[in-house]
Design a binder for this molecule. Sequence first.
Ligand SMILES: Cc1cc2nc3c(=O)[nH]c(=O)nc-3n(C[C@H](O)[C@H](O)[C@H](O)COP(=O)(O)OP(=O)(O)OC[C@H]3O[C@@H](n4cnc5c(N)ncnc54)[C@H](O)[C@@H]3O)c2cc1C
Ligand code: SF4
Ligand code: SF4
Length: 903
Amino acid sequence: MLTTKVQNELKEIFADRVKFDQVERIVYSHDMGTLPDAIDAMIDSTPDAVVQPQNSGEVQKIVKLAQKEEIPLVPRGAGTSGYGGAIPTKKGVVVDFTRMKEVVEVNKNEKTVTVEAGVLWQDLEDYLNKEDLALKLYPTSAPGATVGGWIAEGGSGIGSYEYGFIKDNITSLKVITPQGDIKEFIGKELDLICSLEGITGFIIEATIEVRKKIDNYPIVATFGQVEDLSSAILAIKEANIPLWTLNIATSEHIAWKQKATNEYLVPEKYMGTFVLPDDTPNAIKEELKKIIETNKGTPLNEELSFKEWEERFYPMSFKKLGPSLIASESIIPIENLAKFINKVKKKYGEEVAIEGFMVGPDKVTLLSFVLSDERKKIQFPLAYTSSLVIMDEAKKLGGENYSIGLYFTDEAEDFYGTKRLNKVWNYKQQADPNGIFNPGKIIPAKLDKNSPAKLLKKGMKAAKLGTFIYGMAGKLFIKNNPKDFSGYDIPEDMAKDTFGCAQCGFCRSVCTVFDADPWESNSPRGKWFLLQQYMKGKIDLNKETAHKLYHCTTCKRCDEVCQTNIHLAHHWLAIRPILSEEKGYEITSLDVLRDNVLNGDNFWGLNNSNRGNWMAEDVEYQDEGKVAYWAGCWASYVMDDMPHNVTKVLNEIEQDFVYFDEDETCCGLYLGLGGYYDELGAKIKQNIELFKERGVETLLLSCPGCLATFNDFYPQFAEMLGLDWDIETKHVTAYMAEKIESNELELTHEIPKTITYHDSCHLGRWSNLYEEPRTILQAIPGSEYKDMKHNREDGLCCGLVAGFTDLDTVQHSGVKRVQEAEEVNADICVTACAGCGSQIYNTAHALNSDIDVIDISAMVCKALGIEPKESGDNIIAYMEQAVQLLQNSQVIEADKKDKIVNE
Ligand SMILES: Cc1cc2nc3c(=O)[nH]c(=O)nc-3n(C[C@H](O)[C@H](O)[C@H](O)COP(=O)(O)OP(=O)(O)OC[C@H]3O[C@@H](n4cnc5c(N)ncnc54)[C@H](O)[C@@H]3O)c2cc1C
Ligand code: SF4
Ligand code: SF4
């Protein structure tokens, strides 16, 4: 426990970048790996606090304070390693480097880049590519892992065939020593920092060698026998083929991946991915193909080769088949590759999948996976012993551990060599006499008598003994039986995906709410971990955890990158009725909206008979007919230029349409967001009946939120309610794009401006409408169209929905969007969603930006020569009201709500 004095000092240094709350401490108590409960229980891995420094000065301050008070410090990058290195062993403070993510300098002459420790490898690669440079090597966890973390792990990965380990490609490291000084390490001194997991110093900056940007040319080939793959690799070495990277996979690895993704594109055989720089002379490419064929390999066609190569970031995509994965990693001499794989397969047959990559032409790093189920009290620990057996097999064949971390300190002498280990230990004792830098890691208990990992070491020893005694049983227990996800108080598919999350962290950096406030508990990975702990009975679903589960804009960015392809945003919606209706944790502002919708039939609780006030007097519409236009609450009241302009366009192209006027009510989106499924069901029934009464077959919508609600909730609920749902839905951008393509809508008036477009999440990721709005904008004469940095599937969320749980996130996201529009020098940022349009308009206005924010329907009107309506002042006024509603929004317990209402 930290004293109040220490807590206050931490608050003084870090302000709101220190957390002491239980939820945050729990999500920082683990890494990507899963241990059997019995071993896990041997360490108390929940820290007392987590801090997020944003500069070296703050790291120095925490180190000096920790030395004075003898508080253990655990450095953490993104927690994507699996050997316990980033896990606390004596409580203390986790130092999370997430916010230190600046690229400090690119030196094009020297071909080096200097970056802060928290930069993600993928972000760095993207940055360098713009400078016509590229990384020499990176881990396959690049979308999630940090520069500091991989250097501290001693990594190798993609590019290691040519460039070896990351340590061999570092010019210098700037480090905070255990005494709180800044010291630069170069040359041989790097041995005192690299692959030592922060026990001798915290990396704050790294200068890394880079190379000229070169396109890659992958040749992927399959082999019937591992011996053939192995001899092809040896022949490639013999022929000096200048490979950049060489990855391998066993037939099981391919089969599991294909089963998990349900895409059966390649033969389920041994696979080699041989990657050359694209500018390699054709003769060498041909020679490589010849070597492959001579060794009975069959190259895949070019398209499949590139597709497989793109898959390199997803080595654990099959995790949900487990739902747990037991992994073990070893580096072995390449000449023993076939022997090793045959031995492991002889023991475990098809129950083990192996993949790996070459480190130089002589060694291969192999990652072996066994599927298991961590919920099974006996089977899982026994299956876990397989990882130790596999590592022992590697050792017998001249192999070594890949990494040491917390669990394998007994192997440190073999791993580092006696000389280096002693040197490190001597340095550590002198630099960190109190042993506060990442205690329990790397140094074996025989050297570090105070190692908190002693007990754990006993546990690992017992597991090893188990390996021997239970060798056979382990072999039997490894068979992964069918699993059951019923019996939890969350839906079965959600329970399954909770354990299906690989904890790879790819979803963190793309998440809208994490980006605004990068605490692990805000990330999708953090949400899954909390749910998992809840399902294991380790934590309660209380107000704090409920808040974390609600805190999501449902933007679906996480779905786009997920390692295991679990449908995250759907689950973040589906958890809401459980939180609100079953557990009684509600969000106050959504509760107000529910009342508004129930009493007033619209989001704002306003008189619904004014709903259609935006309709121009000269616009003609019907009460009944096959095609109807649905405006939506937000557009009807806030951004009312949108329906006004859309209906003008519909008249212009003589499209008959029904408008429901005051009979149009809320689609139900806000009831869905609040998890009020009973009321949502009633609303859906009411609207379906309305459409039937009026003879509607096609619904044209200008609100993407309504569109997603009709497409997602209506079919589900209609089925449950025994109703027919056979209405075709179409967003007006899809409709107008079709009309442009068929020449029924001709944009004739010039708009001589630079235009960019903001992809709404509901229109893009939820409804897959990316090109249609662009078709319209690119048809406007005289204009120039430019995409923002983040666009289409990768488009940023405007952040508006975060308002129910955190207004700062709304502001952060809005500012980012306006900045991106400014970066492409756009005159106009076009939106096609009333919510996004209002948010971006309001933000641009607040920032005094020169950018005009205009709805796509207004652009079409202008290009048709129709004077569009504008809603600017209306938007500002309503956004102010929205802030009033949301500023005190909080998660409350249902009985507390009664009290608040009574008061
Ligand atoms: C999908 C997937 C693919 C992977 N592929 C590879 C691969 O190709 N090659 C590979 O080597 N590994 C791989 N890994 C393992 C892991 O991603 C890497 O080791 C990774 O680089 C760890 O980075 P991190 O930022 O997550 O560090 P963390 O896991 O947070 O930390 C790793 C260790 O470094 C220490 N540390 C963190 N930051 C610092 C710092 N600034 N200063 C000092 N010490 C620090 C931590 O205490 C811990 O001991 C993979 C993991 C996943 C999930
Ligand atoms: S849907 Fe968006 S905000 Fe929600 S967890 Fe995923 S990325 Fe984050
Ligand atoms: S949700 Fe997907 S991307 Fe995120 S940590 Fe889990 S597996 Fe990785």
